[in-house]
Ligand binder design. Structure first.
Ligand SMILES: [Zn+2]
Length: 380
């Protein structure tokens, strides 16, 4: 039988099946045709011995409007991170969203889903954050977008910080919640340096809403109370079905807040890098596998992290037709990694550091059955 690509001898880490087993993946057209190479011949064979093979990862928090926002990076910087789908976190508003789709999303190999900013144009300039005053909201124009891009638009985004909302954060949050209810859409809220107390924001969010930057502590406020315990409002929000995203970035992640929260069993629902032009490729945020490695240093297993970066976002944000998987019949979106054992030091903006001993390094990325990126030197 004829195939296009065979990835041989990789250790499969697939949330759809328990455990880790060494298998081949046979790719024919856009699909995974088989998980044994017996009887197959392919134009291209890749030896993945000693590597982990996972479904293509989803970075649940990125900014990829590179042509219309100073915050944006090119979506093409994601496949070298093993990322095959991503969620843009409100880089465009109702005025420039169509341009974002045409110039960035539709041209990219990466499947990009989006939250649309409640402000008319989203964060265009780094000098001047977006205007989130409710008098700029447009229910009619947002409803038009919702209808135009079914399956790609996930809801509304509000950046609730002193930079955008000044001191009138509560009014803005309430107006955005009302707008999202009227549109029957979730609201994703950037919670960092907020004029509204973190626990109060959590108390107002509803099932399916997203609380971004769960382990931030800017402005002296976090999900932890003065004694370091997770606020009851945060725990109740989780019970109600509020989704907590890491949205790592640089200023929005504190190692100490993460460690304390994790010690109390408060882990994240989504793992996003908050990759943007401000942080990409700089110390702190090298991409999703780097943040996954940081979470391995915080005690997570590779299998947990692969779940967090594949089936979790698919289920919680209702992305994609079916859950990412490496089973025969699934879409051929695949990432190959090495797990290098060596000392690594992870840092945060406070200057705190965390020692780890493994680093997940991407080797090959396949989207829709095509090799879209390969680490030079990998199986040459
Ligand atoms: Zn962001």
């Amino acid at each position: 039988m004829k195939a296009d690509i065979i990835i041989r001898n990789g250790v499969i880490v697939d949330p759809a099946r328990a455990g880790q087993t060494t298998k081949d993946l046979v790719i024919a057209g856009k699909l995974i045709a088989a998980d044994s190479a017996d009887g197959w011949e392919a134009k291209e064979t890749v030896d993945a011995s000693g590597c982990f093979v996972t479904p293509g990862l989803t970075d649940a928090h990125v900014h990829v409007f590179d042509t219309g926002s100073e915050l944006g990076v090119k979506a093409d910087c994601l496949p070298p991170m093993g990322v095959t789908s991503a969620v843009d976190f409100g880089s465009a508003g109702y005025v420039n969203f169509r341009g974002f789709m045409r110039e960035c999303v539709e041209r990219s190999d990466v499947r990009v889903y989006s939250f649309v900013n409640v402000s008319p144009v989203g964060p265009v300039s780094l000098q001047r954050p977006e205007d989130v005053s409710p008098d700029g909201f447009s229910r009619r124009k947002l409803a038009e977008l919702k209808e135009k891009y079914p399956g790609r638009l996930l809801g509304l985004k509000l950046r609730l910080g002193r930079e955008t909302a000044g001191d009138s954060g509560l009014e803005t949050l309430q107006a955005a919640l009302k707008l999202s209810a009227e549109l029957h859409w979730p609201l994703a809220v950037h919670v960092s340096n907020s004029p509204v107390p973190v626990r109060k924001i959590a108390a107002l969010l509803r099932e399916g809403d997203v609380f971004a930057h769960v382990y931030q502590d800017r402005g002296g406020d976090s999900i932890l109370d003065g004694a370091g315990s997770v606020y009851p409002e945060i725990l109740e929000a989780r019970k109600r079905g509020v989704i907590f995203d890491v949205g790592h970035g640089w200023l929005n992640f504190s190692i100490e807040t993460a460690q304390r929260s994790l010690n109390q069993g408060f882990g994240p629902d989504l793992l996003g890098t908050d990759m943007s032009a401000v942080v990409a490729y700089r110390r702190g945020v090298f991409g999703l596998p780097h943040i996954m490695s940081k979470f391995m240093a915080l005690g997570f297993s590779l299998a947990d992290l692969v779940s967090l970066c594949t089936v979790k976002p698919a289920a919680l944000l209702t992305l994609m037709g079916s859950a990412p998987s490496l089973k025969p019949g699934s879409a051929a979106n695949i990432a190959v990694f090495r797990l290098e054992t060596r000392p690594v030091v992870f840092t945060d903006y406070h200057g705190a550091s965390l020692g780890g001993n493994v680093l997940l390094t991407p080797q090959l990325t396949v989207i829709d059955g095509k090799i879209v990126w390969r680490q030079f030197g990998f199986d040459v």
